[in-house]
Design a protein around this ligand. Structure first.
Ligand code: NAG
Ligand code: NAG
Ligand code: NAG
Ligand code: NAG
Ligand code: NAG
Length: 673
C-alpha cells in the first residue's frame, strides 16, 4: 500500500520552502530534543511474548498482545506515565452497550474491546501501525458486544506521542444491540499528575481519587464534597467530572501536567467528524483519576436518543479517530504551564492536517478521496429586515439525510460542520463519500435550517450550492421577546452557588453555570412566590432564572413551579392570531404547560407533552437538546391591557427535572403589506 508517511511529508516541505508554496507545516514542537523529525531516530518495534513496544527515541509505548491494552508509556525518564493498575485498566478503548437478547435487557453492559489477534500493519523507519482485532461470530453469542473491532495504534518518527483509531463493524444479520458510549481512556500516575487543563481558563490543581473516596457523596455519585482531601487547600470544594464538560466542537485538547519533571499528557481530538449529535453536543474531557478521555459518542447531555440502535441485522461500520496522545516537556527549571500553550499549538497543527494521510486502514479516506461543499447562507425574516440578512457565523453542516434538526440526534454516520464567515459564506471540506442533508442554524435567529435537496459526495467532488435562504419560524411582528435565540440558556440569570458547595475554579469565570447545586438556589431567590417577569420592566439577564426547576421544599421534596410573564397589549387586534414562539435549550423528564390569562385552565392551552432526558440541569450543562414549539393564541384569549402567560413545568419530585429556555417571543397577527 502506498503511503506518504511523516518522513515523506517532511522532505516535501523542505523542497517547497524555497518556492514558498503554502503547505500546512506539520511538526512536533514538544519534541524539544529533536525538533526536526528528519534528525529524529527511526521508529523501532520490539515484539515480546505478550507485549509489543513501539519506540521512536522520544517515547516508548507498550501494548499487550493480542488484547491491545496500552500498559506502559515511557517518557522523559519516567518509567510509566500510566497508573500501575492491572493491565486492562491503564490505557484502553471501551464501550457501554445493551442487547435485546434476552429481551428487555438493554441495560449497561461493559466491554473492553480486547483484541484476540494482533498484526503489524506497517513497520518501517518512519511509521509503525499496529492492529488489534476481534471478529464476532455467532458462537460467541453472549460473551461480548457483537461487533468486529479493529483497534489501531500508530507511532510516527519524531512525534512525542502516538495515535489511535478504531473501526467498529456490525455485520449484516448481526444481533440487535444498543451502544451507548464509546471512548479511549488513559489513567495517569497520580503521584505525577495533579494539574489539569481543559481550556485557557479552566485549569486547576485537582483532588485525587482517594480524596473523593474520603469525601461526602452529594445528590448523585459523581458529585463529591471534599471533606478530607490530601491537599488541605481543596477542603470544602465540590468535585464532579461533569463540571469539566465541553461542547464537542471545542473539545480538541485537554489533559494533565506533571511539574517535576515537567511533562504534559494531552488528548488531542483533531476532528469532530466521527462524534455524534453535531457540534454542540457536550461531553466529558479529563477528570479526577487522573483520567483523560476522548469520548467518541455517548448519551451525555442528550439521553437515549443518542444511543446507537442497530436493529434487524442492519450493517454498520464506522471509524473513530485517529486521536493523538501527545506528550511534551520543557527544561526542569522552567514553569510547566507553557506545556499547555504548546499542546494547543500542536492541536492546531493536527486540526489543520486533517484528514490525516498516514492511517493505513482503507476505511479511512484521504483528502483526495473526500469532497468539498461551498455556499452562502442568507436569512429572510421580513419582520427583522426587509432585506435578506447574512447568516453571520452560522453553523452549517452535513449529516445523514433526515428532518430539520435531526442532526442533533444522528449517531450512526459522520457529520461535517463548519462556521460560516461574517457574510454567511461557508466551506465544508474533507467530506467522506455519501449522501447527506445540509443543515444550519444561526445565532440570533430561531429554529433550524435544512436544504431541500440531498448532497451527494463522491471522491474529489466540489459542490457549489450557491445562495441558500433560510426562512425561520415567523408569523408576525415581535411584540416582545425574552433571551436570545442561540440554543443556550447562558444569557439568563445564573445564581451564585451555595458557598459551602463551591468549585473555586468557577468563582471568577463567566461559566458560573458549572457550579454544583444551582437547582436548589431557586427557592432561595424566590422564597415566597414563583418567578414573575414583567415585559418592559424585567430584564432577562437578572430576572429570568436560567432553568425552570422544581422548588425544593426541604426534606427531599420538590414541587412544580409556575412562572408568569405579564405584558400589556395596547390595542388588541381582535380578529387576529397571536403566536408564542418557544425555543427550549434543554429538557429533562419535563412537561411545559402554557396557559393564557387563566391560571387554572384545564386542560392547559398548550403542553409540550413529556419531553427530554438530557440531564443538563444535574450535569451543569447550560444546554442539552434543542426543542422548538409554536403556540397559537387567538385574540379572544387576550385583552387590551394587562395579560399573563403562565408557564408550568408540571413534573415535580426531583431537582433535575425541568427545562432551560433558549428564547421566547410573542408575535402579533401577520401584517399585510
Ligand atoms: C525506550 O526503550 C529503550 C530500550 O529499553 C531505552 O533505551 C530508551 O531509553 C527508552 N526510551 C524512553 C523515552 O524511555
Ligand atoms: C468463532 O468463535 C469461537 C470462539 O472464540 C472460535 O473458537 C471459532 O473459531 C470462531 N469461528 C470462526 C468461523 O471464526
Ligand atoms: C444467543 O443466545 C441466546 C440464549 O442465550 C439465544 O436465545 C439466541 O437465539 C442466541 N442468538 C444467536 C444470534 O445465536
Ligand atoms: C439520499 O437519501 C435520501 C433519503 O434516504 C434518498 O431518498 C435519496 O434517494 C438518496 N440519494 C442518493 C443519491 O442516494
Ligand atoms: C419528611 O418526609 C418524611 C417521609 O415522607 C416524613 O415522615 C416526615 O414527616 C417529613 N418531615 C417534614 C419536616 O416534612
Amino acid at each position: 500500500m502506498k503511503r506518504a508517511g511523516w518522513f515523506g511529508v517532511a522532505v516535501q516541505l523542505f523542497l517547497l520552502v524555497e518556492s514558498s508554496v503554502k503547505t500546512p507545516v506539520r511538526r512536533f514542537p514538544g519534541s524539544i530534543d529533536s525538533p526536526d523529525p528528519i534528525l529524529s531516530p527511526p521508529v523501532h518495534l520490539r515484539i515480546l511474548d505478550q507485549h509489543v513496544i513501539m519506540d521512536n527515541g522520544l517515547v516508548n509505548v507498550t501494548l499487550s498482545t493480542p488484547q491491545g491494552m496500552v500498559t506502559g508509556i515511557q517518557y522523559n525518564g519516567i518509567d510509566n506515565l500510566l497508573q500501575l493498575n492491572r493491565e486492562t485498566n491503564r490505557g484502553y478503548w471501551d464501550v457501554v452497550w445493551g442487547s435485546l437478547d434476552p429481551p428487555g435487557n438493554l441495560g449497561g453492559k461493559y466491554d473492553l474491546l480486547e483484541g484476540t489477534s494482533f498484526s503489524v500493519v506497517l513497520e518501517d523507519e518512519n511509521q509503525i501501525e499496529l492492529s488489534f482485532t476481534r471478529t464476532w461470530n455467532s458462537s460467541q453469542n453472549g460473551t461480548g458486544i457483537p461487533l468486529n473491532i479493529d483497534k489501531r495504534f500508530i507511532m510516527l518518527r519524531g512525534c512525542p506521542g502516538f495515535y489511535s483509531y478504531g473501526i467498529f463493524e456490525h455485520e449484516e444479520g448481526g444481533p440487535d444491540i444498543n451502544i451507548y458510549q464509546g471512548r479511549i481512556v488513559f489513567k495517569l500516575e497520580e503521584t505525577l499528575f495533579q494539574y489539569m487543563a481543559v481550556s485557557d481558563e479552566r485549569q486547576r490543581i485537582m483532588p485525587t481519587a482517594g480524596d473523593r473516596q474520603n469525601g461526602l457523596v452529594l445528590d448523585y455519585p459523581e458529585a463529591v464534597l471534599l471533606t478530607n482531601p490530601s491537599n488541605p487547600e481543596l477542603r470544602g470544594e465540590v468535585d464532579d467530572k461533569y463540571q469539566y464538560s465541553c461542547d464537542d466542537n471545542n473539545n480538541r485538547v485537554h489533559g494533565w501536567i506533571c511539574s517535576n519533571p515537567p511533562v504534559g499528557f494531552w488528548m488531542i481530538t483533531p476532528s469532530d467528524e466521527f462524534r455524534t449529535g453535531g457540534p454542540v453536543k457536550q461531553d466529558l474531557t479529563s477528570h479526577v483519576g487522573p483520567t483523560t478521555l476522548s469520548m467518541f459518542f455517548s448519551t451525555h447531555y442528550a439521553g437515549e436518543s443518542l444511543a446507537i440502535e442497530l436493529r434487524d441485522g442492519e450493517p454498520w461500520k464506522k471509524v473513530f479517530g485517529p486521536v493523538l496522545i501527545y506528550l511534551n516537556t520543557n527544561s526542569p527549571d522552567e514553569d510547566a504551564l507553557p506545556l499547555w500553550e504548546d499542546a494547543k499549538e500542536q492541536m492546531l497543527i493536527e486540526t489543520q492536517s486533517w484528514p490525516y494521510d498516514f492511517p493505513l486502514s482503507e476505511d479511512f479516506p484521504r483528502t483526495d478521496q473526500r469532497g468539498i461543499v461551498t455556499g452562502r447562507l442568507l436569512v429572510r425574516d421580513r419582520y427583522i429586515n426587509k432585506e435578506l440578512l447574512t447568516a453571520n457565523f452560522a453553523f452549517v453542516g452535513l449529516a445523514a439525510p433526515g428532518d430539520v434538526g435531526s442532526w442533533q440526534r444522528e449517531n450512526k454516520g459522520y457529520q461535517f460542520w463548519t462556521q460560516a464567515d461574517n457574510e454567511g459564506y461557508f466551506l465544508i471540506k474533507g467530506v467522506r463519500n455519501g449522501n447527506y442533508s445540509l443543515y444550519a442554524w444561526v445565532a440570533g435567529i430561531i429554529g433550524d435550517y435544512k436544504y431541500d435537496a440531498y448532497v451527494n459526495i463522491t471522491p474529489g467532488s466540489r459542490i457549489r450550492l450557491g445562495v441558500l435562504v433560510y426562512e425561520p419560524p415567523r408569523e408576525g411582528p415581535t411584540l416582545w421577546e425574552i433571551g436570545s435565540p442561540d440554543r443556550s440558556a447562558a444569557e439568563f440569570y445564573v445564581p451564585d452557588p451555595n458557598p459551602t458547595l463551591l468549585n473555586q475554579l468557577y468563582v471568577n469565570l463567566p461559566d458560573k453555570f458549572r457550579q454544583y447545586g444551582l437547582w436548589d438556589r431557586y427557592a432561595d431567590v424566590y422564597p415566597d412566590e414563583d418567578l414573575t417577569y414583567t415585559v418592559g420592566i424585567s430584564n432577562y439577564q437578572t430576572d429570568w432564572f436560567f432553568a425552570h426547576v422544581n422548588r425544593n421544599l426541604g426534606n427531599k421534596t420538590y414541587e412544580p413551579t409556575t412562572w408568569r410573564i405579564i405584558f400589556v397589549l395596547d390595542n388588541l387586534i381582535d380578529t387576529g392570531t397571536y403566536t408564542f414562539q418557544l425555543a427550549i435549550a434543554s429538557a429533562h423528564e419535563a412537561e411545559l404547560e402554557v396557559r393564557i390569562n387563566e391560571a387554572d385552565e384545564m386542560p392547559p392551552h398548550f403542553t409540550t407533552g413529556f419531553i427530554g432526558k438530557d440531564n443538563a440541569i444535574a450535569r451543569h450543562g447550560i444546554h442539552g437538546l434543542y426543542w422548538w414549539f409554536k403556540v397559537e393564541i387567538s385574540a379572544s384569549q387576550l385583552v387590551t391591557g394587562s395579560n399573563t402567560i403562565y408557564l408550568t413545568q408540571s413534573r415535580g419530585s426531583s431537582p433535575f427535572k425541568g427545562i432551560m429556555y433558549d428564547y421566547i417571543r410573542l408575535e402579533g397577527p401577520p401584517e399585510t403589506d
